[in-house]
Ligand binder design. Sequence first.
Ligand SMILES: [Ca+2]
Length: 254
Amino acid sequence: MRKNGWNATATIPVELPRSDDYYIWARIKDGSCTIEGRNFSTTASRWTWVTSVSPVSLAAGSVDVDVNSTDYGVGIDAIYLTTDAGFTPVGKNSKDLSAPPQITGVSATANGAFKANVSWDVSSAPDLHHYNLYIGSSAGFVCDSETLVVSPAGSSYLDWQLSPSATHYYKITAVDRQGNESEPSTAAAVTTASLSIVTLDATISGGSATVNIPTAGNYVLWVKQARSSISSSRVSIVLSTILFKSPVTNCMTS
Ligand SMILES: [Ca+2]
């Protein structure tokens, strides 16, 4: 906006994705103006980014941003609204290159032999889009497409299909709406439970076997014959608790 007079006025329609506190940046030179009632001023004759310092509360949807020149000949060639307090524009068509801060508070707890609950502190980044959860077999593993597990919106995840009796390491990153990804968090380690395997002896009688189940759950039974015929012989029965296979009835021999 440039006008050879005082108090030139313009309204700039913008579409805001959500109601929030927005920091206003304006690229101006040679004067001063107000934008949404905030003062912007520079004596520089080169284009200079100036910020409102404190944010302005704006509602979601169509908003008319009011611009008033308060000085003769002030030039304005770009205005930027951002919810990111850490964002500083560079150049006219400035992009957000500011990544969210590193995620903290990562913890992982085993949920049986095959699953782990991973949780972390909610990101403070105002332009957060999602998290990336990575898994590795050592604390120093590299976060990349090969170790990426999932990209959740929330700050916890139940990971599954893990190896039993193994230590797994998780790291979290935060990604903003421009795709800027934070540094990985420190690794959280979790060791999954060992597989419960119980070996019992049973005597087959009349085509059925009786065993005592030590703990209620889903079991797969493995039957090893001691002799060539199962009908009247002593057998070893192995019961193993697993979570994703068929229950007893599907595997029971008769
Ligand atoms: Ca950002």
